[in-house]
Ligand binder design. Sequence first.
Ligand code: ZN
Length: 271
Amino acid sequence: MLDSGVKVFLQRLSRVITRRLFLGSGVAATFALPAYAVPSVRPNLPLVMLDPGHGGKDPGAIGISGTYEKHIALAAAQELQRQLNAGGKMRVELTRTRDVFIPLETRVAIAQRKGAALFVSMHADALLDRSVRGASVYTLGEHATDTQAAQLAKHENASDRFGGHMPHATSPEVSRILASLVREETRAGSVRMAQEVVGALREDTRLLPNPQRQAAFKVLKAADIPSVLVEMGFMSNREDEASLRQPAHRAKVAAAMKRAIEGYFTAMPNA
Ligand SMILES: [Zn+2]
């Protein structure tokens, strides 16, 4: 008896294989699989899972003037959800809609259980160097591209110190084997999404140098869902903190992220 996590995983795997064998080759019309073989995890529109960082007993970074990252992250995610819903091209859910603590692994599990096609974690962390400001976008990488990315991942992953150990619901061996089959496709989707976000933010938002980076963020470790983490700015920088406190600035960042998400699904229509 497979548990629900494995079932969803198998359905997603089947979808990826179907896409590769048939849809990607342009012969879908003649080689379409029988209806019962094509998984229907999601109704028509793709589901985007937005993940406001931190929450509850985990405040995230605390700004120079006392702003909590957890509040900025939630406000920005809700604004992005509002804008995406207005666009009507996808379904949007949040891993949290209020000030509550959710372990990192649970955030990933929520996205997997709901069959999300894309996972976007939203943050505004702190760096030791308070002069550093600007937005940046992260994908999963075991080796951090730079010391700032490594520092951020270390802080983010430490969020789990607020929660107890969460046993994984899926057999590790089954997960490992299946994940290896879809991991490369997921990685490519994550990188593509990161490129879209950087490209969209660049139009009217200040960015870090080399804004597309990698680090070993736990919350990006879904093997089957393209995932990015967006640092909208840094609470450790006075100007970034002041900007992120402004609804108008958050709306501008959200508008860029909306363009990026819509661009992603246009570029990868079968995602
Ligand atoms: Zn954070």
